[in-house]
Structure formats: C-alpha cells, structure tokens
Design a protein around this ligand. Structure first.
Ligand SMILES: Nc1ncnc2c1ncn2[C@@H]1O[C@H](COP(=O)(O)OP(=O)(O)O)[C@@H](O)[C@H]1O
Ligand SMILES: [Mg+2]
Length: 286
C-alpha cells in the first residue's frame, strides 16, 4: 500500500499531471497513444507552444503520415511520440506502455528494443557491413544477434545478396532499404520515419514507400511518417495535418492531388494568420 502510494506520488510530480489527475487506462490494440501532449519552449510571453495539445490514437498495423507547414510542430511531434523529447504535459503510450515518466535509461532501452527509426539521411554506420548494420539494434539492446533474422528482413527489403557489402557500395535507395530492414529487425511496436524519401529520387522513393506499405500490410508493422511530400503521404492510410502545434485536418486514403490541395489550404491559412498577427493555435485547432 505504501509503495503504491509512493509511486502515485512520483507519477503526479510529472509535468502536466495537474491536467490529468487520473491517467486513463491504455486502450488495447493501440500502437501509439498521445493524450493532451503539449511541448512548450521558453516561458511567459515569449513561450513557443510547439505542441499545443495533441490527442492521437493509432491502431497497430496502420500507416500514418504527418504533414504541416514549416514550424507547425512535425519534428517536435515525432520526437515526443518516439521518446526522444519530453512533453511539457500529457501522456505518451507506445505499445500500451506509458513512457512519460521513464528515466533516460529506460527510454533508451525502449527505443532500441521496441521502436524502429528511418531517417532522411539513412544513418547507417559506414564501417559495418549491411548485415552488421541491420543487427545493430539487437547488439545495442544486448540481445543475441540473430543472423537468421537479419537474413529474413534483408530478403524482405530485396537485399538478400547484399549482406556482406558496406553501405558505401550501395545506391541511396538500397541504403534506405537497409535502414528499413534495420527498423524491422526487432519487430518493433512502431516504426518512426522522418522524411524517409527526402534524399531519394522519385522512382527510388516509391520503392522505399512500397516497402513501408508492405511492412504494414503483410508484416503487421505500424508506421508513423513525417513528410512534406504529398506523393509520399499518399502511400499512408491516413494523413494528419499539423498547424500551429495541433492537428487541424485529416484525410483518409487521399490521393497526392487531394493531399497537396489540403496542404496548400493549410499553408495559406497559416500565412494569413501570421500576417494578421493571430496567436498560435486557437483558430485552427479543429
Ligand atoms: N529547441 C527549440 N527552442 C525553441 N523553439 C523551438 C525549438 N524547437 C522547435 N521550436 C519551435 O517550435 C515550433 C515547432 O517546430 P518544429 O517541431 O521543428 O516544426 P516543423 O518540424 O514542423 O518545422 C517552431 O515555432 C519552432 O521555432
Ligand atoms: Mg522539422
């Protein structure tokens, strides 16, 4: 009883706990759950509300794209959702686990074992072979490096014959496919992708997006992808549009044209508001 009380006390010391006297129970089947997530930079009149109250529930086995004008909070959203940054308030759950109160070590361990990442710049280690790069998350997590598993995911991304190569010997598209294999290797709860096609030409980008789509449809992966490219976002099941740190709009199974039109509308609105000197958020947070 005492211990439990102590724990509760600790939980309530977390930033934002005053808005959330009782942490809601986790919803089964959700890979990502954000409740009332805020991220503020600075204090007082000069404070920037990078995230102004995000509520989000993404079921397992879904592919979600996040778009928004520059400065709308995309990077902050991804970092808070992936445990790389701490919200000022609110709750983040990954695979049903509340991460908000975790220590740095716990977060690092969670990221290595239960999250996958794909970055714009591939982020492969040049001195390691393709296979060693794919096995890196297991190595860092102190798990047995399962070479059979590496071979499986490399085959899934069409690179079964490249295991012994080094990243420098591969094309950009192939390197990003290695990064996708690395993201898949631990069968993570969620794969976070930050502009995964930003450094690729159109044809190669489509290959990588097709792989992410395939991972969701046939391997049960969950993907959350930040992108500025409507053609990339069109591969997702749904697109969420951020404006001034809040979700302002969404589109289910939108074509690249429809997505681009929504983005244009949103960007125009953001400009108009900035021009009129409107404050952050209130007007657009639908
Ligand atoms: N470290 C920081 N310190 C202060 N303000 C920041 C910081 N990081 C981001 N911001 C501000 O938060 C808002 C959202 O930024 P960001 O998440 O990078 O947007 P996006 O990725 O959509 O361009 C912007 O107004 C940005 O200037
Ligand atoms: Mg950004």
């Amino acid at each position: 009883m005492r211990l439990r009380k102590g724990k509760r006390q600790k939980a309530d010391d977390r930033p934002g706990a005053e808005h959330r006297p009782e942490v809601p129970a986790a919803t089964p089947g959700l890979a990502v759950e954000l409740r009332g997530v805020r991220r503020q930079y600075g204090r007082g009149a000069g404070a920037v509300h990078a995230l102004a109250g995000i509520d989000l529930a993404l079921p397992r086995g879904t592919f979600t794209a996040v778009m928004g004008p520059s400065g709308s909070g995309k990077s902050t959203f991804l970092q808070c959702a992936a445990g790389l940054d701490r919200p000022s308030a609110g709750s983040v759950r990954l695979g049903g686990t509340e991460i908000t109160g975790m220590s740095e070590n716990e977060l690092t361990e969670l990221r290595r074992s239960r999250l996958g990442f794909v970055f714009q710049a591939f982020n492969l280690l040049p001195s390691l072979t393709v296979e060693q790069n794919v096995l890196l998350p297991m190595r860092l997590a102190g798990q047995r490096q399962d070479r059979g598993r590496a071979a499986t995911v490399l085959a899934q991304v069409g690179l079964a014959d490249k295991a012994r190569r080094r990243p420098g010997e591969l094309s950009g598209g192939q390197q990003q496919r290695v990064a996708v294999a690395r993201a898949l290797v631990t069968a993570p709860d969620v794969i976070f992708a930050d502009e995964p096609t930003g450094a690729l030409d159109t044809g190669t980008a489509a290959e990588v997006l097709g792989l992410l789509r395939h991972a969701v449809d046939t391997l049960g992966a969950t993907v959350v992808m930040v992108t500025h490219d409507p053609a990339a976002a069109a591969w997702a099941d749904r697109v969420l549009f951020l404006a001034d740190g809040a979700f302002a709009d969404h589109l289910e199974r939108g074509s690249a044209e429809r997505i681009a039109a929504r983005m244009t509308a949103l960007t125009g609105r953001a400009r108009t508001m900035a021009g009129a000197g409107a404050g952050a958020g209130a007007g657009v947070a639908a």
